[in-house]
Design a protein around this ligand. Structure first.
Ligand code: ADP
Ligand code: ASP
Ligand code: MG
Length: 441
C-alpha cells in the first residue's frame, strides 16, 4: 500500500458541506492515510476565519476585556459542524477548557492553535481515524526554531503504530511543553513535515483552486493553470505572494523528493498542479511559468564614484544592516551603484538611523530612498534558454507607463525581479501575464 499525506485548507473545512467533501475525498483512496486539517476558514467572502477570531479573543483577554461574544461565535461554528455531521462527539468541555485557559492568560500561539486542534478532533471522528496531537510529534527548540530532525524521527516512530491518523496543522510544542505555531498559513508546513516523516509517495494539498495558476486569480481573471512546476520555481512564486502554498513548506518535501499535488476540494476531478524536482521546460507561455507580486518594500539606492575599487564597501554596508538587525531581500549593483531592497516590516522605525550610518561610514555621493515599492517576480525554468524574455517584460511594463525602479535577475536565471510602486502592482502583473500568454495563442 502507498502512503498519501493529504492536507486540507480552511475553506475545505469551513462547514458541514465542506467536511462531507473532504470525507469523500479521503475515503475514496485507501492510501490517504495521514490527514492534516486547517482551522475552519471563510464560508463566504465576508465571513470570519476561526483563527482570526481566536487571535481576537487573545487580544481582548490580554487587555482584560470580555471576549464572550467572539468565543460564542467560535463555539457555534464548531457545534454546527458536529451537529450537521451527526457525530457522537461532545466538544463542550473541550471548548470550556480552552475558554478558561484564554481567560487565564494563555499565549497567542496556544489560543490560535486551538482552531486546528478542534477541527482535527472532529475530522478524526468523521473519518474513523486516530487523532494525534501535533504537540506530541512536531517540535521547536527553546529558541522557537523548528527542530526538523527530532520531529522527523518522532513522526517516523509514532506513525508506524497508526495505520491512519489525523494530525492538526499549524502548531507543535517547545521543550517546556508550550505550544508554538508556524507562521500564518502554516498548516501547509505541517503537511510537508508529516509527508517527509512518513516518507510519503505524494503530499496532496487540497484547497479552493484547481492548482497553481500562472498569476493570482484575484488579479488576473481566469489565469492559465500550471500543470507542472519545480520546487525552486514554486518557492520563488510562493515567496513573492502566490499564496496557494506556504513558501516554507517546500523544504521538507524537496529534501525527501516527495512530489506535491495541489488539488481542488470543490472539483476533485480537476488535474491540479504537480510540484517536482525537475521538469521539462514549459512550452506555450514563452518560457515563463508564472508571475507573482508582493507589496511593502523600500529601496535604498547608493551611489559613489569608484565604488567598485573601494575594498570592503559591500561588507561595511551589510554590517550596518546586520548591526541594526535588518535582513535584506535583494542587492542589485552596478559599477558605482548598489541598491538594497528591504521589506518594510524589517525597517520599522530604523530607516533614519540606517541612513545616517550609511552616510557617516561610507561617505556616498548620494543616497536615495524609494518607499512604497512592490516587487514582481517573473519565474520560469525555461527562461535561461529563451532569448527576448526581458525585452518582452520591459516592453509590457513600458507600454502601460509603469516606472521600473529596480531590476534583479537571480544567478540561477529562473527569475527576473522588478521593483515598481505599490499602486502599480496589479496592473504590472496583468501586463506581464498578458504579454506572455497572449503571445502564445
Ligand atoms: P487554503 O486555505 O486552502 O490553505 P489559501 O487561501 O492559503 O488556501 O490559498 C489558496 C488561495 O491562493 C486561492 O484561493 C487564491 O486566491 C490564492 N492565490 C494566490 N496566487 C495564486 C496562484 N498563482 N494560483 C492559484 N491561487 C493563488
Ligand atoms: N489556520 C491558520 C491560519 O489561518 C493556519 C492555516 O490555515 O494554514 O493561518
Ligand atoms: Mg493556505
Amino acid at each position: 500500500m502507498g502512503v498519501i499525506v493529504a492536507k486540507f485548507g480552511g475553506t475545505s473545512l469551513s462547514c458541514v458541506e465542506q467536511f462531507c467533501k473532504v470525507r469523500d475525498i479521503v475515503l475514496n483512496d485507501a492510501n490517504r492515510r495521514y490527514v492534516i486539517p486547517s482551522a475552519p476558514g471563510k464560508r463566504h467572502r465576508d465571513d470570519a476565519k476561526i483563527t482570526d477570531l481566536l487571535y481576537l479573543c487573545h487580544e481582548r483577554a490580554k487587555q482584560a476585556l470580555a471576549f464572550d461574544d467572539i468565543f460564542e461565535a467560535i463555539t457555534q461554528r464548531y457545534m454546527d459542524i458536529v451537529r450537521g455531521l451527526n457525530l457522537d462527539l461532545d466538544l463542550e468541555p473541550v471548548l470550556k477548557n480552552i475558554k478558561s485557559r484564554i481567560r487565564e492568560g494563555a499565549s497567542a500561539d496556544y489560543t490560535a492553535s486551538r482552531g486546528e486542534y478542534l477541527n482535527g478532533i472532529i475530522l478524526a471522528k468523521l473519518l474513523g481515524y486516530d487523532f494525534i496531537d501535533a504537540a506530541d510529534i512536531i517540535f521547536f527548540d527553546s529558541q522557537g526554531m523548528f527542530d526538523s530532525e527530532r520531529t522527523n524521527e518522532e513522526i517516523g516512530r509514532r506513525l508506524q503504530h497508526h495505520e491512519r491518523a489525523v494530525i492538526p496543522g499549524f502548531y507543535g510544542s517547545m521543550p517546556d511543553g508550550r505550544i508554538k505555531t508556524f507562521p500564518r498559513g502554516g498548516s501547509d508546513i505541517t503537511g510537508a513535515i508529516v509527508a517527509r516523516g512518513v516518507n510519503a509517495d505524494v503530499y496532496e494539498n487540497w484547497t479552493d483552486v484547481s492548482g497553481f495558476m500562472m498569476a493570482d486569480p484575484r488579479i488576473v481573471s481566469n489565469p492559465k493553470p500550471i500543470r507542472k512546476i519545480t520546487y525552486r520555481e514554486l518557492r520563488e512564486l510562493a515567496y513573492m505572494g502566490a499564496g496557494v502554498l506556504h513558501e516554507d513548506s517546500i523544504f521538507p518535501v524537496k529534501k525527501a523528493g516527495i512530489p506535491v499535488h495541489i488539488k481542488n476540494t470543490n472539483v476533485p476531478t480537476d488535474p491540479g498542479t504537480i510540484i517536482v524536482n525537475e521538469a521539462e521546460p514549459v512550452c506555450c507561455t514563452g518560457g515563463i511559468t508564472g508571475v507573482a507580486g508582493k507589496k511593502g518594500f523600500t529601496v535604498i539606492a547608493i551611489e559613489k564614484t569608484f565604488m567598485n575599487n573601494e575594498l570592503g564597501f559591500g561588507r561595511r554596508l551589510l554590517s550596518i544592516l546586520e548591526s541594526n538587525g535588518i535582513s535584506f531581500e535583494h542587492m542589485p549593483s552596478g559599477i558605482d551603484t548598489i541598491s538594497l531592497v528591504i521589506a518594510d516590516s524589517q525597517l520599522d522605525g530604523k530607516l533614519e538611523k540606517v541612513l545616517a550610518e550609511i552616510k557617516e561610514q561610507l561617505k556616498p555621493d548620494s543616497v536615495e530612498v524609494y518607499s512604497n515599492m512592490a516587487l514582481i517576480a517573473t519565474v520560469g525554468r525555461g527562461m535561461a534558454r529563451t532569448p527576448g524574455i526581458a525585452a518582452k517584460l520591459f516592453t509590457a511594463l513600458g507600454n502601460k507607463g509603469i516606472n521600473v525602479r529596480m531590476i534583479d535577475q537571480g544567478s540561477s536565471e529562473i527569475n527576473i525581479i522588478v521593483g515598481i510602486e505599490n499602486d502599480d502592482m496589479e496592473e504590472a502583473v496583468r501586463a506581464i501575464y498578458y504579454a506572455f500568454v497572449d503571445d502564445c495563442k
